[in-house]
Design a protein around this ligand. Structure first.
Ligand code: SF4
Ligand code: SF4
Length: 189
């Protein structure tokens, strides 16, 4: 992380907004790094969990909203469990993802937002996961056409990637549910 390259904004407004959105007390962080030492993705994160909290305290909005880590966090909750101050970094990352999308600052080096979009679109349309369709859409959107292809024969053989899937009834109800979530997020989801 190169904090000096970030745009420093008045910390009060941004910190207050992130705390409101994540319903957490980020100011309580002691920078003890217990979160980072247990995090399964910290090893290749552009910004490590304890650094996310520190940047939020300093109001370094651009650095946070453009981070890869806020998308690559798996929400495993290990950091939350280990934190002596009950700082909820998983919720912080959820809030930062929403803010990042609204501000059009999503990191272009991660494919997680594309995967999330396709996953949710599939669930909305079909009411269940359709792995083959999801993988085809994901590969086309990210142009990673031949990555992981070696696993395909075994997945087909084991029945893990059915080539067709029935739709589940209740499309109108699902659409209403997605509309409700979008409205709760001010029309941004
Ligand atoms: S474990 Fe909690 S208090 Fe320690 S650095 Fe992480 S967020 Fe801060
Ligand atoms: S919830 Fe995210 S930040 Fe926390 S330990 Fe898991 S992957 Fe790391």
């Amino acid at each position: 992380m190169n904090a000096s390259s970030a745009t420093a904004l008045p910390s009060g407004g941004f910190l207050a907004e992130v705390e409101k959105q994540s319903q957490g007390n980020l100011s309580a962080c002691l920078q003890c790094k217990k979160c980072t030492s247990g995090c399964p993705v910290a090893g290749w994160a552009d910004i490590k969990p304890h650094e996310l909290v520190r940047l939020a305290q300093f109001g370094l909005q651009d650095e946070l909203l453009g981070s890869r880590m806020i998308w690559e966090c798996t929400s495993c909750q290990t950091c939350v469990t280990r934190c002596p101050q009950q700082v909820d970094i998983a919720s912080l990352n959820d809030a930062l993802r929403r803010m990042s999308r609204r501000a059009s600052q999503v990191n272009r080096k991660t494919t997680v937002p594309a995967f999330n979009d396709i996953f949710l679109r599939t669930v909305k349309k079909r009411g269940r996961m359709f792995e083959a369709g999801l993988m085809a859409s994901f590969k086309l959107r990210t142009m990673q056409l031949f990555s992981d292809m070696g696993k395909l024969p075994m997945m087909l053989w084991k029945g893990k990637m059915p080539l067709w899937s029935a739709k589940v009834k209740g499309r109108k109800e699902r659409e209403a549910l997605f509309r409700r979530v979008r409205d709760m997020d001010g029309g941004h989801s």
